[in-house]
Design a protein around this ligand. Structure first.
Ligand code: PEP
Length: 233
């Protein structure tokens, strides 16, 4: 089971340190076997010791150079970061990353052997058109993506469920994940308003191998509870 926390533009370095200390202590004390990943903001990258894997929310597909405001491979290497989130809906829809740019970034980090958590998901108007249209849309987000890359983790995150408190029905998650399973043998995460009180029923569904959590992951205690649920599932 995989449990991933996406902090987005939240938490300072000091807050991240307190959080990681608490989560890593829990992982050690409980001998957690789940694959736990935390994506802090880049300003909080550090050496947090054993426990959760530290991942990058984003990076530019370059070693270093003249790319103002971006970080590249050198900055990730400094903290031993080997996991990256690519294709998150906020980068697609707010920051305007195109599928072409996303696929380029994917290929770059794949060539370096990075673990890639690759996000896909539809907006509400597409969801309303039914599952065939939804899967057709998802297909456009898979262009240029190696779906059998051995370090790939797919996160299905309906855009309308992210940070809204809305969650698709279990039947819908089951059905989309079944359709995704036909496209890849790699782990499939669900993301979008996952909380301690709805996680168990989601991870009990076939072809759900874990969760990617935003808002509810910001509290170390509730994230530890989610890790516990993953261990029990
Ligand atoms: C996310 O942004 O990846 C996410 C799943 O957010 P939230 O859990 O807040 O819906």
């Amino acid at each position: 089971m995989i449990v991933a926390a996406n902090f987005k533009t939240n938490k300072t370095r000091a807050q991240t340190r307190d959080y990681m200390d608490e989560v890593n202590e829990y992982i050690r004390a409980e001998n957690v076997e789940a694959h736990v990943i935390v994506f802090p903001p880049a300003t909080a990258y550090d050496n947090y010791g054993q426990g959760a894997i530290q991942g990058a929310q984003n990076a530019y597909a370059v070693e270093n150079g003249a790319f103002t405001g971006e970080i590249g491979l050198d900055q990730l290497k400094e903290f031993g970061i080997k996991t990256i989130l690519i294709g998150h809906s906020e980068r697609r829809h707010i920051l305007g990353e195109s599928q072409e740019e996303i696929a380029f970034k994917f290929a770059y980090f794949q060539s370096l052997g990075y673990e890639i958590v690759y996000c896909i998901g539809e907006q509400l108007e597409t969801r309303k058109l039914g599952e065939a249209a939804l899967m057709q849309y998802i297909e456009t987000q898979l262009v240029g993506i190696d779906m059998e890359y051995e370090k790939l983790i797919i996160a299905y995150e309906p855009v309308w469920a992210i940070g809204t408190g809305l969650v698709p029905s279990n039947e819908d998650i089951f059905s989309i994940h079944k359709a995704l399973r036909a496209k890849t043998s790699r782990p499939l995460l669900y993301g979008g308003s996952v909380k301690v009180n709805n996680m168990r029923e989601i991870v009990d569904l076939d072809n759900v191998d874990g969760v990617l959590v935003g808002g509810a992951s910001l509290y170390a205690q509730s994230f530890c509870e989610m890790i516990k649920i993953a261990e029990e599932a």
